[in-house]
Design a binder for this molecule. Sequence first.
Ligand SMILES: [Zn+2]
Length: 342
Amino acid sequence: MASRALVIGVGTYDDDSGIHGYPTIEASARAYGSALARDPRWGATAGSSVLEPHRTRTADGVMRALHEASAAGEGPQDALLVVYVGHGAYWQDVPGGQVHFAVGSSRINEPWTWLSAWYVYRAIRKSKAGLKVLIADCCYSNMLPHLGPESALPGALGTRYQGTCVLTAVGGNVHNAWADACANLPDPLDTCTPFSGHLLNVLGEGMPDHPDDLTLGALRAGIDEGMQECGVHHAPRMLLNDASEAAMLFTNHAKGRRSRARMPDSVDQWVRELHLNGDRILPDLMSYPDLAGRVVVQLKKGDEQSRALARRVDRKAGGLLTNPADFVAYWGEIERAMLGGG
Ligand SMILES: [Zn+2]
């Protein structure tokens, strides 16, 4: 295994930089380091996963560490996890418009002192690891694009490797990620930023209804549920690109886990199941073509990730519903909703 995790937390800036530091940022980075160290999936490499302050001070320090981590991935069995906690900014008047990540020497309103997400993406994409995940806990993380192969500039990127995912603290039109700690979280996560604190709480407590490993889908559902319970947070966002909801990222620490043997039996349960496990359960769903149609209708009404799921289910439906009568039953539900609901 040549999996690598790199945690970049930048919470301290020069006094005259114009950028506010937050102790929650460095607390979050340390907490990611502890969570990775106690996770058998990551333990072997986690010792050095949190980048030291002298390396987070410059874009050069961060990028050298990122290229080292990225180069470690050798094949499908490996994972590359990059976590950024700090300040994000977005400049439209640079080529293509880019999110920029603050480093320790960044100065407000001076984009050249920040690290463009473009370089970070470029380094991550070059990794041959089978799963590449970027977790971004910063303002403007809602503007981060897909990390996968749809992006422009193919020639510059060389060979593409699939399996990428971006998980961000904010989504939709919400630009500002909160940096003040969430008091509802247990110690020491009540000293972290709310998004990272809630994410790390899912890792710490695990999810009792899930199997031994936490998938991307389960992680996102766990964060969503925890943050919704608090009632004061913005919803995070997950862009899957070409990674699967079923891709495994962390060990599930929940005690008394039970595997769900029962098949979902309502539209809402299937929607949840798809969010957790993605396409893997499609053949089961397609044995109920009209129900599958209603599930797609429900997904189309949801958020960005739900709508992307609806498109994926729809693309695969034709291949899975080989009996024309089944396809008519499936499509009939979708057509009725389109005619009725507009
Ligand atoms: Zn909270």
